[in-house]
Design a protein around this ligand. Structure first.
Ligand code: FES
Ligand SMILES: [Fe+2]
Length: 458
């Protein structure tokens, strides 16, 4: 039970904090990891109608999605003039394109004549202009109406009045963001601490190695929230293994950013009989390493399993990607470092867990969502990276293990998906009608609901 003399939100798991744990590493962790930013945000329950109701979904489409910055694609999706990419959210659709000057522009994906969508949903390609398939009105790469067939009949339409409607666009970290709201705050302000925290991570110098696009059997918010806490790891993923229960920091930075970071390979402070560092290394070796605990080396005197294992991972990935990762700190090499940008983007700047997530609601059904899962690897300083892969589309039933690039994480994501489907059923079966959240470990979930409410309340 909670200690009586603490205020709500002040209690922490026994043992060191994440910040204390990484200060024991041989290498200095990034300064941003040592920051801790938590504030108690209340302990009221969150009603399940926030996930299940069509009215709620519609209110989000009316008041939230048209007003927030959203990641439409990576810059590498549109490297050359004329390359375009279509981003859809609900009924909204934007074409993002690189114009002949190399600048990135975005427009509403709808012809100014009679509304026909100019490009298919989620499509990408190359063109010199956008020609409407219906009557042939044509727009250049800046959205300007350049050809109006039989213009004798349209004295009331011109480039001034009937060019494509621009959509706000900006970039950060190699991501292209759009915002349908002309009056929205600039992207830089919306990003809050992200640029400062990421200044040494060179996320813009990464390329997409793997892209999986999966339909999920749960509301978009619950899908995100499945990845926002490490509280579920022991029960859902670990299969009883307790050699290295993660030590986690949960942080909320301003309006739109939150974060968790949890250790990989630090001793479990909750274990009554702690493992020796050698035993810990053997456990890591068996689970994530070459899977042969017998071949686990002897830990050099005075070195922790975590520092040793980080060096091994740097070497292994260094060989795989023909690069030198030896300057990465232990924390940046091993830990699960997950930053969230409201409403729907997750970026992991770490070396061994290099993911990006994007979640979007199903336009018609609150119980489903689309999950884009990317692995971003550091670009080789001299070699040209491969072009972005076509996304591998997975249905609700299909397993992530179909995606080779996910390696041992495939089954882990499947375990999360099973939880999601069970939650969707339980949301409706639960007599209580609302969920209860942990004050610390589930503060990011509360943060999402708070921000959604901010938009819905206008
Ligand atoms: S609707 Fe596009 S040209 Fe007619
Ligand atoms: Fe999980």
């Amino acid at each position: 039970m909670a200690e009586p003399n603490l205020n709500p939100g002040e209690a922490r798991a026994p043992g060191p904090t994440y910040q204390e744990a990484i200060l024991r590493d041989a290498s200095a962790p990034p300064a941003a990891f040592l920051e801790h930013s938590y504030e108690f945000m209340g302990d009221h329950d969150i009603p399940y109608v926030n996930y299940t109701s069509k009215e709620f979904l519609q209110a989000e489409f009316d008041k939230l999605w048209p007003r927030v910055w959203q990641m439409a694609c990576r810059e590498e999706h549109i490297p050359e003039p004329g390359d375009y990419h279509v981003y859809d959210i609900g009924t909204l659709s934007a074409i993002v394109v690189r114009n002949s000057d190399g600048a990135i522009k975005a427009f509403r994906n709808a012809c100014m004549h009679r509304g026909t969508a100019l490009r298919d949903p989620e499509s990408s390609g190359f063109c010199q202009s956008f020609k409407c398939p219906f009557h042939g009105w044509e727009y250049d790469l800046n959205g300007k109406l350049v050809h109006l067939p039989e213009d004798w009949d349209f004295p009331h339409a011109s480039a001034d009045t009937h060019s494509l409607r621009p959509v706000r666009v900006d970039t950060w970290g190699g991501f292209v963001f759009i915002n349908f709201d002309d009056d929205a705050e600039p992207l830089e302000a919306f990003l809050g601490v992200l640029p400062e925290h990421f200044k040494d991570f060179r996320i813009e110098d990464r390329y997409i190695e793997t892209h999986v696009s999966k339909r999920l059997p749960v509301n978009w918010k619950a899908a995100e929230e499945a990845f926002m806490e490490a509280y579920h790891v022991k029960e859902t993923h670990a299969g009883g293994a307790d050699y290295s229960e993660p030590i986690t920091t949960y942080d909320v930075f301003g309006d739109n950013v939150n974060r968790f970071i949890h250790t990989v390979g630090a001793p479990n402070p909750r274990r009554p009989e702690p493992y020796t560092e050698q035993e810990l290394l053997e456990a890591l070796w068996g689970r994530r390493g070459p899977n042969d605990a017998d071949q686990c080396p002897q830990l050099p005197e005075g070195m922790t399993a975590r520092d040793f294992y980080a060096k091994f991972v740097q070497q292994q990935l260094g060989e795989a990607y023909d690069q030198d990762f030896s300057s990465y700190s232990t924390a940046l090499t091993l830990d699960s470092i997950e930053y969230f940008l409201f409403p729907n983007l997750f970026v992991f700047p770490g070396l061994s867990l290099p993911m990006v997530y994007r979640f979007r609601p199903d336009p018609n059904d609150p119980d489903y969502s689309t999950f884009d899962l990317y692995f971003l690897r550091p670009k080789h300083p001299q070699k040209e990276p491969p072009p972005p892969p076509e996304p591998l589309h997975l249905s609700v039933e299909e397993s992530y293990t179909a995606a080779e690039g996910l390696s041992w994480l495939g089954p882990v994501y499947d375990q999360d998906t099973d939880n999601m489907a069970a939650q969707t059923r339980g949301f409706k079966a639960c007599a209580r009608g609302a969920q209860t959240l942990g004050n610390y470990q589930e503060v990011r979930v509360r943060h999402v609901h708070k921000r959604v409410k901010d938009y819905l309340d206008g």
